[in-house]
Design a protein around this ligand. Structure first.
Ligand code: ZN
Length: 762
């Protein structure tokens, strides 16, 4: 089968393929976006985006003709163009809608919008409705956020607007309506639409009135997660942002038609969403497209953070919708230089990992002219590759048997102000152990466990401390129906407000119960100790050798037991490094304790570095095997430790537990040296594997400035019903891949992978 046949095979039954309008345009001409070509709305078809984030100086020298050429050469189908908000880039008649400093009467937004429409591009008019200048504040001080002493909240010279006032209810809707009547952009997005963040409380009259009318309460005097009024204030803030989302959509659709949507930008970080009161689940319920503002990796999260984000949001939004992501072509992140080009390998790898998670590319520059011209060369090749292979990259479904549960409520009410420590680190530990072990997984929202259950053999709760009763019941149903469970840390020990329960809500499944603390615990609860690292260990059970006291004189101590396969690979040790603290727990009779706690002892001076208490019966890992299924509970926060320190023993142990609990029901085996993020998708009669090579001298510390090839990589993937595996084709390299099919698995070897490879089995 040649490549043309292959492309045809890929289009079989493509009646609802989103991008069918854009195929067949491989001659290098920009694929024209034309509404009449398909029934599908633009926001389901436009997949390749670009943004020149306009500075106030740009109107003087914005070279639209040059940028039209750039759109064309980068195969861009839609642009995000600054329109209004803090400043207007068009001659606005809305009172106090201040013109950009150097606009001088030019209609820059209008010129760009018309040029884009002439070229067949969709336009997202970009707003920034979060702050305003002093003259606005002086005219309407009651439209702005104030602190408990009545002083306005400011960001630099600008004043922060209040989400409960007429600025949001009247002023912004007027601007949206004006822009629609003048220019008819396809839709609107907003850079920072959600107002004052969680770290500041607004006491303006509008806020007081709204909070009182909704709750009968006064605005809390300070942040206190133990105070129910503060918790109600958190929920009330979330609800208000959803009201704004709905209000703006009703305004834009009323003036611009049913497809004229408003879609405010959202973060790739759940903690970021929480701190801005943006409820991802509620937003995804109503969003037609998610405009993701997540421009670069963090050192801690790595590139793989981006595929994780794509899968997590698609889990809420559905896989038939699009998630373009603003990807910085400038040196964003650590450190930031707006005008300097990011090293190409670093910028590309972020784009590639996003694409691996179902995200669409959106190049992003700040400013309309650049003296570091290298920046213009970064997006084109990725955009072109995306265009050529788009059918394999969207509207597909992940294939995974492992689900990792998360919830924003847990981030708020268990994570509180330490969500990075309490929620993100365990999450990272689990997901990175999965990636390292090349086990495909999907993030599962804790309110959607029932929906995802059918495809999963294992559900992981990474220190999911705060759980509602409904969530607990859905986990129970999952296990009752034969699913396996792996819970860590304090999972299910708190209710939906973060109030501690008297025992784990899942205690019967976990085979474990809390007990009144019988040991002196000066450091207190996990919340108080998780930030610290202790010189503690875990003892593997049963010990395989008698304790060594003194020189062994060449004599091997006798083997005293046989271990559970969960401890495979650790035959030459009876202890593992830990780093955390554990409290006594009571375990049920049927439960098997595989790890026990060795309390901390001094590190320094070396003379003192001996175990004061080499053995306890405090459990660190508990396995339960019942007729229904397997349940592993790990009170020891090995996931948090792995997320923090990356010790291979911790990663191996987590992978062992996951494989044991899932009874090895994993649809992918990948062999060969290197760190890879392996994702599998199903689309029609195709299996699509996306292998991203994360192996690099800069994998954990940015930026990457050189790729290191890996290979050969041997792949074995289980074939779902309906996938024939007559052919195996790479979409990135042009190497020949021969394959075989054995017992329902397709087996092939990829000789080398530079940055990534996508392999289509059909
Ligand atoms: Zn207010």
């Amino acid at each position: 089968m040649d490549r043309r046949d292959f492309l045809k095979a890929g289009s079989v039954a493509a009646s609802v393929a989103l991008v069918s309008d854009f195929t067949g345009l491989s001659e290098g001409i920009i694929p024209l976006y034309n509404k009449s070509e398909s029934e599908l709305p633009w926001y389901k078809k436009v997949t390749r985006w670009g943004q020149t984030n306009i500075t106030e100086k740009d109107p003087a020298h914005y070279d639209i003709a040059w940028w039209r050429g750039f759109w064309r050469s980068t195969y861009t189908q839609g642009v995000i163009v600054n329109a209004g908000g803090i400043v207007a880039y068009y001659p606005s008649k809305v009172p106090l809608h201040r013109q950009a400093q150097y606009l001088e009467g030019r209609d820059l937004f209008g010129d760009l919008c018309r040029a884009a429409h002439e070229d067949g591009l969709a336009v997202f008019a970009r707003m920034d409705s979060n702050r305003a200048h002093e003259e606005f504040y002086n005219a309407h001080p009651d439209w702005f956020s104030i602190d408990s002493e009545g002083k306005p909240y400011k960001a630099g010279d600008l004043f922060i607007t209040c989400i409960n006032g007429p600025y949001y209810n009247v002023h912004i809707p007027e601007i949206l309506t004006e822009i629609i009547s003048l220019y008819k952009p396809e839709g609107f997005t907003d850079n920072s639409w959600s107002g004052l963040g969680r770290d500041s409380i607004c006491y303006c009259a509008n806020c007081r009135k709204s909070f009182y009318s909704k709750t009968g309460l006064e605005i809390p005097v300070k942040a206190d997660w133990d105070d129910q009024i503060y918790r109600e204030w958190i929920r009330w803030n979330y609800a208000r942002r959803i009201e704004i989302w709905d209000l703006y959509n009703s305004v834009t659709r009323k003036s611009g038609g049913p497809d004229c949507i408003w879609s405010g930008m959202n973060s790739g970080s759940i903690s970021g969403q929480s701190e801005s009161f943006r409820d991802y689940k509620e937003i995804c319920k109503r969003a037609d497209i998610i405009m993701l503002d997540s421009q670069a990796r963090s050192d801690a999260g790595g590139f793989q953070q981006n595929s994780n984000t794509g899968k997590l949001i698609h889990g809420l939004l559905g896989w038939d919708k699009l998630i373009p992501e603003s990807m910085a072509m400038y040196q964003a992140g650590r450190p930031t230089f707006r005008m300097a080009a990011k090293p190409v390998p670093e910028a590309r790898m972020w784009m590639i990992e996003g694409i691996a998670g179902g995200i669409q590319p959106w190049w992003h520059f700040v400013g309309a002219s650049h003296e570091d011209r290298r920046i213009y060369h970064t997006p084109g090749p990725v955009m072109q590759w995306y265009r050529d292979n788009e059918d394999y990259l969207i509207n597909r479904r992940p294939v995974a048997t492992v689900g990792v549960a998360w919830s924003q409520m847990n981030n708020d009410f268990y994570g509180r102000d330490e969500a990075g420590l309490m929620v993100e680190l365990p999450w990272r530990g689990i997901t990175e152990a999965l990636i390292r072990a090349r086990i495909p997984y999907i993030p599962v929202n804790a309110d959607q466990i029932d929906r995802e259950a059918a495809g999963l053999s294992l559900l992981i709760l990474p220190d999911l401390g705060a759980m509602s009763n409904d969530q607990v019941e859905s986990v129970r149903r999952f296990v009752k129906n034969g699913g396996a469970l792996f819970a860590t840390g304090e999972s299910s020990l708190y209710d939906e407000w973060g109030e501690p329960r008297s025992d784990y809500a899942l205690s019967d499944l976990l085979g474990t119960h809390t007990v009144a603390q019988t040991r002196p615990a000066p450091e207190g609860t996990l919340r108080k100790t998780a930030a610290n690292t202790y010189h503690s260990y875990l003892r593997l059970s049963p010990e395989l050798r008698k304790q060594v006291n003194g020189p062994m004189n060449g004599m091997e101590p006798e083997v005293t037991g046989k271990r559970n396969p969960v401890l495979k690979g650790f035959e030459e040790t009876d202890i593992l490094s830990f780093g955390g603290l554990l409290q006594p727990l009571k375990t049920d009779n049927r439960a098997e304790v595989l790890l026990t706690f060795i309390p901390p002892f001094p590190i320094y001076p070396p003379e003192t570095a001996w175990m004061r208490e080499p053995r306890t019966n405090i459990p660190g890992l508990i396995l339960n095997q019942t007729a229904a299924g397997r349940v592993a509970f790990m009170p020891a926060d090995i996931d948090r430790q792995y997320g923090r320190y990356n010790l291979p023993d911790h990663g191996d142990l987590l992978a062992n537990i996951i494989r044991w609990a899932a009874k090895d029901n994993i649809p992918l085996v990948v062999e060969g040296a290197g760190l890879m993020d392996c994702n599998i998708y199903r689309k029609r009669e195709m299996l699509i594997l996306h292998l991203v090579n994360l192996t690099s001298a800069g994998t954990w510390r940015q930026p990457v400035d050189e790729y290191i090839k890996i290979g050969p990589v041997k792949v074995k993937a289980r074939l779902p019903d309906g996938v024939k595996a007559n052919s195996v084709r790479p979409l990135v390299s042009d190497q020949n891949i021969s394959h075989s099919v054995e017992n329902g698995w397709v087996i092939f070897t990829i000789n080398s992978i530079t940055d990534h490879e996508v392999v289509v089995v059909f």
